[in-house]
Structure formats: C-alpha cells, structure tokens
Design a protein around this ligand. Structure first.
Ligand code: DMJ
Length: 644
C-alpha cells in the first residue's frame, strides 16, 4: 500500500490502524491545500507573486505598430496564447492579482463596486470564481479572462466624469411643451423598437412594409445591428424593459464567430461603438467582454504594407481586401479615418496599446503625406500610401474622418494636439477651397474633383454644421465667432434643403447650379433614408447657442417623419422627398434608432443628459467618455492601494 512506501516513516511501524492512517493523511493533505491556497487568496504580496507567477505574465506588452508582420504575427498566435500576451496589464501588480483571482469566471460589476467601497467583494470574487460555469459563461470565458485584467475600468471612468451621465432627472426639460415633444420622440423609439422586435428580432434591420427582417452584407454575418445600435438610446430614454430585452439578446444570441465579409467601418461604428457606449453607460461586463472579442477580430484588417486597413474583412479568417468599386484597390478616407475614437477606447479597456498604435499609425501617415491644397482626397492606396484619386468631399467618402479629428482632440481631454492641428489645418483648406455662397445667399460645401468644383452637397455633409460648432472653442480665439457663424450658416442651408421639399424632409444630395438652390436636380438624389445628419447639427447648435429655432426645426422633422415615414409596422425611408404621394423603401435603418431618434431626444432634453464636457459621440451617435488620463492614473493608484 502507498502508506507503507512513504519514505522515513513507516505508518504500520507506528502501530496505527488503517482508518487512523487514512484520517491522518486526509488531515495532512487538507493542511497542504489550505496553505497553498492561502498564497493566492490572501492580500497580494509582491514577494509571493514573484515566486509563483511566471515572468511573462508580469511583462508589459510590446507590440509593434502597423506593419504587415505584426498583423501576421497576431493571426498566427494560437488563440489561447493571445489573451495572456495581448491583455497583460502594463500597470503592474494589482491587475495581475485580480487576473489570477478571476481566471475562470466573469467578475460581476456589482462585486467590483463593493470591493472598491470596502465591502465584502473580495469574498464575492472568490465565490464567483468557484461557481460552476453555465454554457454562456463558458462561451465568453476567454474574454472574461481578458476583461478581468482591469476590472475597475468602468468605476474609474465613472469617477473621472465631471457630471452624472444622465443628469438630474434623465435630462427632463422643465418646459412642458418641450417635455411633451421629448415624450413624442420616446414614443417613436418605442414604436420603432417594438416593431423591430415583433417582425425582425435578431436580424439587422426591420423591413416595415413586408414585416420581416433584413440581414444584408455589411456586417459579415453578424446579426442584430438594430439591437446593438439601440442599446444606449433605449437606456438614456429610460425604456428599461426594452433595454433589458436588448441586453439579454446580446447575452444569449450575439454570436461573434461569424465567417462573413464585413465592412470594417460599419462594424466599428455600429457594433464596437454601440457595445462600448453600452458598457460605459451601464457598467455591464457583458458588453465589455463582447467588444473586446470583436475588437480583436478587426486587427488583421491592418495587415497591409502601410498599416492602412482595407475596407472589407472576413471576420473568421482575418483576410481583408478593398471594395471592388474603390479605384485601384484603394482604401476610403471616411472608413480608415473613422476608427480612432473606438480603437483608443479599446486600448483603454484592454490595457493593450495595440489598438491605439494601429490608429496612430494611420494618423502619422496622413499627417506626413502631401495634400493637394491642404485637402485630403478620399482614396488612398494601402500598399503605396499614396492618394489614388483627387476627389475631396466633406460628405460621403470623406465626412467622418474630419469629425474624428476634432472629436479625438475633445475625447483626449484636449491633450491630443496633433489631432487638433490636423483638424484646424483641414478646416482652413476646406474654407479656402470648398466653402461657397450661392446666388441666393446660402453657404454650402462643394465637392472637389482634381481642382474642379462640383456644386453639390450631400445630406451626409450636413453633419459638418455640428462639427464646426463643437470645434469653435478650441481654434484661434479670434476665429471662435467666425466658426460659430459658419456652423450656423451650414445648418441653415441644410434646413433649407428640408423646407424646400414637399415632405419637409431633405434629399440625399442637393445642388447649387443650373438655377438650383439646395434642391436635388437628379431623380436619383431625391430619396431620404431616415438619415440623422441634419438633426445632428440642430442638436449641437441648440446646445451651443440655445437658439430656440433649432428645437423648432427639430420638431418640423418629427412631424415630417410621422407624416411620411411612419407606417403600420415601423418607420421607412422614402424614395422622393418632393412628392406627397410617397413611395416607401421598406427599410428601417439601424442608424434611425441609434442616431436620428437619439439626437432628437437630446435636442428636447436638458443639456445635462450626456453633457458635452464628458461625452463625445462617435459617428453613429454612440456616446464615449472623455479620457482624463491624469484622473484615471490617480484612480489606478487608488485601486492599487485598496487591493494591497
Ligand atoms: C451612419 O451610419 C453614420 O452617421 C455614418 O457616419 C454615415 N452614415 C450613416 C447615417 O447616415
């Protein structure tokens, strides 16, 4: 028997009976287990950690940026090595210990909060660790492991905000008429959501006429775009039952293991942006682990000689390529230039600099490259890093690149000086080359084709009123009023494009030539697909000036949407804004729930709902918090002290 073989002591020689020997050994092994376990569960000790944790786990991550090899390396790395290497905290011991504590299961947000406030959370952490894993817990175990490398992210961000995100009373305005209007917008959201839920649950968009769902091919097999795009809107509107349904869908049905071809840009602004803001607003770890898993799947798109990502990526294999319609295999400015906000936040959440490195590499290249008249053309080769065509537009293909420059500056707590400089330089070039005054006195942004102006402005370009407005404070002091005036003039022109149509909704593009003034002259430009940009500018201009006309203009849009776009089972785009016999396009776009209705709701809310000092909206209107580095570092130090 094994007892007899124990070296040194002969159990039988001590005259013990078999049952006594068994009890003795049981006691001995219990003691050993207890001592060993204590090494891990007792408060952290640097010395013990040095002995028991391997060296690699405490090394800061060092990853190169933007090169083809880095991305290939990333792809080659076996999955199980990916997280430990990629997600290791660079901040030292506190997070390393927490990581080892919560290896197996997700650490609940509530437990984390209690821990910070000195409650019994350490116990909770240990208990949650030993709970048996459910199927869905298993499915996200890898992410939870990474997510827990910095379990305090949400609390840290919350403590670094200047004001409560939802204001005093959810932004409820004191004026009854405005409140009534706000309630109307909330009702529209509920109607749009309920119909999506009834007829298209889990699909990407609702088809309100045929009462079914639409999947499309923009999201590479990912589903539920309307769910992800709605999470934060439902939450800020206080539609909590609906929000809970949406959250549950994410928990049970959002499958990120798709193998289809996705637009990097669309997945980033809708899914990454939507999950990030849902996480920051609610603190639900579920959203954090999902967004971390998704973020990682996007990295191979940067696998190009320049690090400029291609437009399309297969989310399963990581292979990427350019859009067939983009000239000479080029990448699109508005696509690769609209990743910065989300990717910087991915680095914050994961403690992994790789995401920031990827977008900083894009920034560096764009800053360095020669620009015709200071303008940024819309097509760039991801292979050579040169412009492919000299088409410049503040509307489609270019738009959100400019938006992300100024917003990167604002989101960095006004520390990202390069972004600021690039933004104001670009704006100067836009003013010098593209800003025009029509015969009728309307200010508009023309497009530029190799030096020749095309006197057309797209609906998409109407976001620029708001953008120029929010950037007015940070340029040269003497230009502040000038920028506010320019922002107001552009917003006015966009409003004109609405008032000059029969439906009071604006066309996809309007022109200022051949006698036209803010009207579409081509049949193919007459449609309206529930886009937000004009209303987005009303919202910003309202916050910046409190001129009541912006709320009135917003209300005109609500009435027009109700009259022409609301159908039995949701809201639909229309084919021609110039006729009252409307023809519906049978599509309730996910950005209608994410942007159009959210901006309307904010327009009729007090300014303390998602205050602009604390929040920056991504281009799909998902709010992301300002990153206050010094505050966050202080918080990290405090967290460390608490844990020691
Ligand atoms: C949205 O997905 C985003 O606003 C994007 O930047 C541009 N197009 C749509 C809305 O029109």
């Amino acid at each position: 028997m094994v007892f007899r073989k124990l070296p040194g002591v002969s159990a039988s020689g001590m005259g013990l009976r078999l049952s006594q020997k068994f009890v003795f050994l049981l006691f001995l092994s219990g003691l050993v287990t207890l001592c060993f376990g204590a090494l891990f569960f007792l408060p952290d000790s640097v010395r013990l950690k040095r002995i028991f944790l391997s060296k690699t786990e405490t090394q800061p991550v060092t990853v190169g940026s933007g090169s083809e090899n880095d991305a290939r390396e990333h792809l080659k790395r076996p999955k199980d090595q990916d997280h430990p290497r990629g997600m290791v905290s660079t901040k030292g011991e506190t997070s390393t210990k927490l990581k080892s504590l919560s290896r197996k299961a997700s650490v609940s947000h509530e437990a984390t909060e209690e821990r910070i406030t000195g409650g019994k959370a350490l116990e909770d952490l240990i208990l949650s660790r030993s709970k048996p894993e459910s199927a869905s817990e298993k499915a996200t175990a890898a992410n939870n492991q990474a997510a827990s490398s910095d379990t305090f992210s949400h609390m840290k961000f919350k403590r670094c905000l200047l004001k409560p995100p939802l204001g005093k009373d959810g932004g409820k305005p004191s004026d009854p008429k405005t409140d009534e209007r706000r309630e109307k917008v909330k009702e529209m959201m509920k109607f749009a959501w309920d119909n999506y839920k009834s007829y298209a649950w889990g699909k990407n968009e609702l088809r309100p006429l045929t009462k079914n769902g639409h999947i499309g091919n923009m999201f590479g097999g990912l589903r539920g775009a309307s769910v992800i795009d709605s999470l934060d809107t439902l939450y800020i509107m206080g539609l909590m039952d609906e929000y809970k349904d949406a959250k549950e869908w994410v928990q049970t049905s959002l499958d990120l293991n798709s193998n289809g071809e996705a637009s990097l840009f669309e997945v980033n602004i809708r899914y990454v942006g939507g999950l990030l803001s849902a996480y920051y607003l609610t603190g639900e770890e579920l959203f954090k682990s999902k967004v971390m898993e998704l973020g990682e799947k996007l990295l191979p798109a940067f696998n190009t000689p320049t690090g400029i990502p291609r437009g399309v990526i297969n989310l399963g294999s990581g292979t990427s390529w350019s859009w067939g319609w983009a000239s000479a295999g080029s990448s699109i400015l508005a696509e690769f230039g609209t990743l910065h906000l989300e990717f910087v936040h991915l680095s914050e959440l994961t403690n992994n600099p790789i995401y920031t490195e990827k977008v900083m590499n894009i920034r560096k290249l764009l800053n360095k490259i020669e620009k015709p008249h200071g303008l940024y053309p819309n097509f760039l080769s991801p292979v050579s890093g040169n412009w492919v065509q000299h088409h410049v537009s503040i509307g489609g293909l270019g738009d959100s690149f400019y938006e992300y420059l100024i917003k990167s500056f604002l989101m960095s707590d006004k520390t990202d000086e390069d972004a600021k400089q690039m933004y104001y330089n670009a704006l100067e070039a836009i003013e010098a080359n593209l800003v025009q005054k029509s015969a009728g006195g309307l200010t508009y942004l023309a497009e530029w084709r190799g030096g020749i102006l095309d006197h057309k402005m797209g609906h998409l370009a109407c976001f620029s009123g708001g953008m120029i407005g929010i950037g007015a404070d940070d340029g040269a002091t003497e230009k502040r009023q000038h920028y506010l005036d320019l922002a107001a003039e552009i917003t006015h022109t966009c409003h004109e494009s609405y008032t000059r149509s029969a439906t009071k909704l604006g066309p996809e593009a309007f022109r200022f030539d051949g006698g036209a003034e803010a009207t579409a002259t081509r049949l193919s430009d007459r449609y309206y697909i529930l886009r937000p940009e004009v209303i987005e500018s009303y919202m910003y201009m309202w916050r910046l000036t409190h001129d009541p006309k912006y709320r009135e203009w917003g209300w005109e849009a609500v009435e027009a949407l109700e009259q022409h776009c609301r159908v039995d089972a949701g809201f639909s785009g229309i084919r021609d804004v110039y006729t009252l016999t409307v023809s519906h396009d049978n599509m309730q776009q996910s950005f209608f729930l994410s942007e159009t209705l959210k901006y309307l709701y904010l327009l009729f809310s007090d300014d303390d709902l998602l205050p602009m000092e604390d929040w920056v909206f991504n281009t799909e209107a998902h709010p992301l918090p300002v990153i206050r580095k010094s505050c966050l570092q202080d918080e990290a130090t405090q967290d460390k002290t608490v844990s020691e």
